[in-house]
Design a protein around this ligand. Structure first.
Ligand SMILES: N[C@@H](CCC(=O)N[C@@H](CS)C(=O)NCC(=O)O)C(=O)O
Length: 205
């Protein structure tokens, strides 16, 4: 049997956990290489030789080809499975939400969480735009989930995995999900579907 794919990631990073959850959900074998972002392990010469962008997650396939960017990696792992809709428009719709996650959600919710929980910054030292923009993103999700169980299809897709990563720990960034009841119920639904343990990936967990 050939070696499994290798995944470089930090277990506290939502972007990395997206890859772990997708692989686990699909029953894929992988060799997890822990890279501690806070210890600067993404900036070592050895790691930069793997991903010159100096970021995790990063996937190294059995044939040596390397893929970065969490949403590209999960798409690669899940193509042809039930996590990707069959309908071509729905695939594009799923990608719409995954691009939105990277541009209009993660930069505010994940960044505020990083500064508050990891770097221990006081609220007054954090860019105040992050709270407003993160809440706006949660509001967009709240509307989307008004009459649906999952973001795109009737069942779990990669859009849910991508978006749940930082939404489920948004409280660590100072975002109260009690104000977004549809989002809160959806987080529970997606955590159940992926069998995510409550403390997994939490700074305090
Ligand atoms: N858009 C990228 C973001 C990756 C990213 O920001 N990774 C962070 C951890 S969540 C990282 O490796 N930071 C280390 C550094 O920049 O040195 C993705 O989705 O994979």
């Amino acid at each position: 049997m050939s070696d499994p794919v290798r995944i470089y990631g930090d277990q506290k990073s939502g972007n990395c956990l997206k890859v772990k959850w997708t692989a686990d959900h699909l029953g894929l074998a992988y060799d997890w290489q822990n890279v501690d972002v806070l210890k600067g392990e993404t900036r070592t010469e050895d790691f930069l030789a793997i991903n010159p962008a100096g970021q995790v997650p990063c996937l190294v396939r059995q044939d040596g080809r390397i893929l970065a960017q969490s949403n590209a990696i999960i798409f690669h792992l899940a193509e042809g499975t039930a996590l990707v809709p069959e309908d071509r428009f729905d695939v594009a719709k799923m990608l719409e939400w995954m691009f939105w996650e990277q541009y209009s959600h993660e930069p505010f919710i994940a960044v505020r969480r990083f500064q508050k929980a990891y770097q221990g910054l006081a609220d007054e030292d954090i860019d105040s735009d992050l709270l407003a923009k993160g809440r706006r993103a949660l509001g967009v999700m709240e509307m989307r989930l008004l009459s649906r169980d999952f973001i795109v299809a009737e069942t779990l897709t990669l859009a849910d995995i991508s978006l749940v990563a930082y939404t489920r720990v948004a409280d660590e960034g100072g975002f109260d999900l009690a104000d977004f009841s549809n989002v809160k119920a959806w987080v529970n639904r997606v955590e159940d579907a992926l069998a995510i343990a409550p403390g997994e990936g939490r700074f305090s967990g």
